[in-house]
Design a protein around this ligand. Sequence first.
Ligand SMILES: [Zn+2]
Length: 234
Amino acid sequence: MKIETLFTDRNGGSSLPPFDTLNIAMHTGDDTLSVERNRDLLKKKTGLKKLYFMEQVHKNRVCIIDETSPETTSSCDALVTDRPGSVLVVMVADCIPLLLYDEICGIAAAVHAGREGTLLNISTKCVDVMQKRFNSKAQDIRAKLGPSIHSCCYEVSKEIAETVTKRFGSGYMNGRYLDLQALNRDQLTAAGLKRENIEISGLCTCCNKNYFSYRREGVTGRFVGAIWINNRVL
Ligand SMILES: [Zn+2]
């Protein structure tokens, strides 16, 4: 099964400042019509009709998308599917848009891996669902970590820095600056993924103005990571 992935940036959409311009999220306070227009554009980019969103809550609930699923799944931070043609979407502005897939089994997942979800091991929980529910093997799973806030900009509180060091070791903190990508990478390899199957974008959303950044802007839009299984079998 061929699996496709896509990361958007903030350019090419209809929204006005501070959501300019390709904001995909309804909950930000942006004009609904502009967001709908932007979502239509995303639909066109994927070439498919059905997009699935999450009402993301910084926890670690993983939901399966099937024929009965609503367009937006409430209180959820990871979606998994084996259905070709369904586009799973994770919306972010600094958090890691993590896409997981197994082309042998034909399984795709979109994960919202922010700091809180990462501390709750959301990536490995999602790998677990892919294995137990869909018989995927960890060594066949590939991961893409999209543009997100990197340790150059990601200063956290003293308490969080201490929690990370205590629970995961000192390698993820540089003073008060957190390396969220390395933490997710190591959680994924601990779950059995091969290091060479994990791709990490070097783009920091807080440094790069082509992306929405909650840290840099506060009120802002959301860009996305999207993943889908192609309808045609190779
Ligand atoms: Zn940065």
